[in-house]
Design a protein around this ligand. Structure first.
Ligand code: PGA
Length: 244
């Protein structure tokens, strides 16, 4: 069944004590949450720590990146099989990886295949980088990310539409436009693939997205770093969705 999902991307933030406090507060604040799956993606070095805090509760865990080889002489990298020992999800091809670390569509494709092989759920990020609202770019990125992947795996993939101009800028994309992009992206996956939105999502705009059935969830950066803000955002999303 298609997921309703809120993913927290902590990026390269939080020392160990802050990570501990944030994960604990989020766990406690979301203990009664309903039908939404919440995924915390802390820096990889804190994955085990955060896993111990959230335990086997409703909250899931994801990594922010991975390399596609299962093991070997790749100094500094982390493999999908290692991530699978602690987490179920992995963000792949975030625009910051593409921009600062030179990740290509080919890398994203290799990583997606390798994540699926390891039993991880890839959260594939696509979004226009050059021209605002140019739908051609995310479509191209998605098609290349999915190259050679059999359709039977599409239910195990999450697509995150994240227009680069909206990430960390405070300028979120209009829900109506996001819905249009989700409809377009859906042509390349299937009905069970969750398609989520990311880019300056906060509790004050979450309901705009919750009203659009084309959008299956959210990828939240800055607003996931404050427990009260993130808890409110998740609860509002969950409440709005359970009214449907
Ligand atoms: P933001 O980041 O919510 O801070 O815009 C989203 C993301 O980069 O995943």
């Amino acid at each position: 069944m298609k997921k309703s999902i809120v993913v927290a991307n902590w990026k390269m933030n939080m020392g160990i004590s802050d990570a501990h406090v944030l994960a604990t507060e989020v766990r406690n604040g979301l203990s009664g949450i309903g039908s939404v799956e919440v995924v915390l993606c802390p820096p990889s070095i804190w994955l085990s720590e955060v896993k111990q805090i959230i335990g086997n509760k409703k909250i899931s865990l994801g990594a922010q990146n991975m390399f596609y080889e299962p093991e070997g002489a790749y100094t500094g990298e982390i493999s999908p099989t290692m991530i699978k020992e602690v987490a179920d999800y992995v963000i792949i091809g975030h625009s910051e990886r593409r921009e600062y670390f030179g990740e290509t569509d080919h890398d994203v494709n290799e990583k997606t295949i390798s994540a699926l092989r390891a039993g991880l759920i890839p959260i594939i990020c696509v979004g226009e980088r050059k021209e605002k609202n140019n739908i051609v770019e995310p479509v191209k990125e998605l098609r290349e990310a999915l190259e050679g992947i059999p359709k039977k795996h599409f239910k195990d993939i999450i697509i995150a539409y994240e227009p680069v101009w909206a990430i960390g800028t405070g300028e979120n994309a209009e829900a109506e436009y996001v819905a249009k992009v989700c409809n377009k992206l859906r042509e390349f996956v299937d009905a069970e693939t969750a398609i989520i939105y990311g880019g300056s999502v906060k509790s004050s705009n979450v309901l705009e997205y919750a009203k659009r059935p084309e959008i299956d969830g959210l990828l939240v950066g800055g607003a996931s770093l404050r427990a009260s803000e993130f808890i409110k955002l998740c609860k509002d999303w969950s409440d709005a969705r359970s009214l449907k």
